[in-house]
Write a protein that binds this ligand. Structure first.
Ligand SMILES: [Mn+2]
Length: 363
């Protein structure tokens, strides 16, 4: 078992190497990341299109030693290239979506906008198919997929592939937003609809546990309630009130995890965290989890005997200049969002491997 390694983790990273400065090929790797540069339907701030590239650039700064899991990188970590065709499709869809967003999705008396909307939804369908195909290949090759967004619309194809390969599973969803809107602004695959689409399209997802939710509309509140025990929402306000009243966070974590099934996909919208960890994300909301709290929940999940079958980290966005290009990181703060994102991805990687028995726990 394991890849024969000729790699010195104590040496500074070679910046020409792959993610986290590592040299592994697809074939040599147990974890394969799929970067998805996509923000066609984002409604507020842009920038998450540049998330994958920013995260890859920041990732060479990481020290590979992990206090929880022994040498996670020894199992091979490989990032697929950012697909130029998806970038092109994103630009096309974004340009078509712009006037629809300007009209707040009101297209009913405007045949031109209706045609645009149809095309945008067609672009999303192509993206979904591409993600499905690539995640299917990763899963069939018995590797664990990790998606790097991009906006939160990107993992639907991955959920569908996971459902085919794994059968039933649950989603542990970190987010400030419920993401259960019905085709927000008419977009069938809005980032604000991902969990509703997952619920409607993927019957094998038997449980949704949502954590950190603090920005949602009545329609979403009613939708999640209408799903009965399939949806369990841990609103940020409830978590914080319970914590402030003196309940230990370990107890809160136990509550969050207790009804998840054996197989779990982690869908992590970075804005589930306190915005101090993601100041440039598209739709920041005050409140949210501390980084250490999120990691504690994930570690407890991985330690519980459940398997993490895959994950996505989405909505990470670097700061942009006036023309919408990412700033050259001239100071550490320019890289902060990507720095947090890549560390979260590495921790999810380590915990996924350990939860599947592919890496050992430390001590
Ligand atoms: Mn989201």
């Amino acid at each position: 078992m394991g890849t024969e390694i000729r790699y010195d983790p104590n040496a500074p990273a070679d910046s020409s190497a792959g993610i986290f400065g590592l040299p592994f090929s697809y074939e040599e790797s147990k974890i394969v990341y799929l970067p998805v540069a996509w923000e066609a339907t984002t409604s507020y701030g842009g920038g998450t299109f540049h998330g994958p590239e920013a995260i890859l650039n920041a990732s060479s700064q990481l020290d590979l030693f992990d206090l929880d899991v022994k040498d996670p990188y020894l199992q091979g970590l490989h990032c697929l290239p950012i697909d130029p065709e998806i970038k092109r499709l994103n630009s096309e869809a974004k340009a078509l979506a712009e006037p629809i967003k300007d009209a707040f999705g009101d297209v009913k008396d405007n045949p031109e906008l209706q045609a645009n909307l149809k095309k945008v939804n067609g672009c999303s369908a192509k993206l979904n198919q591409s993600v499905y195909d690539q995640v299917m290949r990763i899963l069939q090759d018995q590797k664990i997929p990790g998606l790097i967004g991009g906006d939160h619309s990107i993992p639907i194809g991955a959920f569908e592939a996971a459902a085919k390969v794994h059968g039933s599973f649950g989603i542990l969803h970190f987010d400030a937003h419920s993401d259960t809107r019905n085709a927000y602004m008419g977009f069938s695959d809005s980032h604000a609809s991902i969990m509703r689409n997952a619920a409607n399209r993927v019957s094998n997802i038997t449980k949704f546990v949502q954590v950190g939710i603090r920005d949602f509309c009545e329609e979403e509140y009613e939708f999640t309630k209408s799903q009965g025990s399939r949806f369990e929402v841990f609103y940020d306000q409830k978590i914080m009130e319970t914590k402030l009243a003196g309940t230990p966070f370990s107890k809160i974590t136990e509550e969050i995890l207790k009804d998840l099934p054996d197989k779990v996909w982690v869908s992590f919208d970075i804005d589930g965290l306190d915005p101090k960890f993601c100041p440039h994300t598209g739709t920041p909301v005050p409140g949210g989890l501390d980084y250490a709290e999120a990691i504690y929940i994930l570690k407890t999940l991985a330690r519980s005997g459940r398997k993490i079958i895959g994950f996505d980290v989405v909505e990470v966005a670097p700061p942009l200049d006036k023309d919408g290009s990412p700033l050259e990181p001239i100071q550490a703060s320019d890289e902060w969002d990507a720095n947090v994102g890549m560390r979260l991805i590495y921790k999810l990687t380590a915990l996924s491997l350990a939860s599947n028995g592919l890496a050992k726990w430390q001590g």
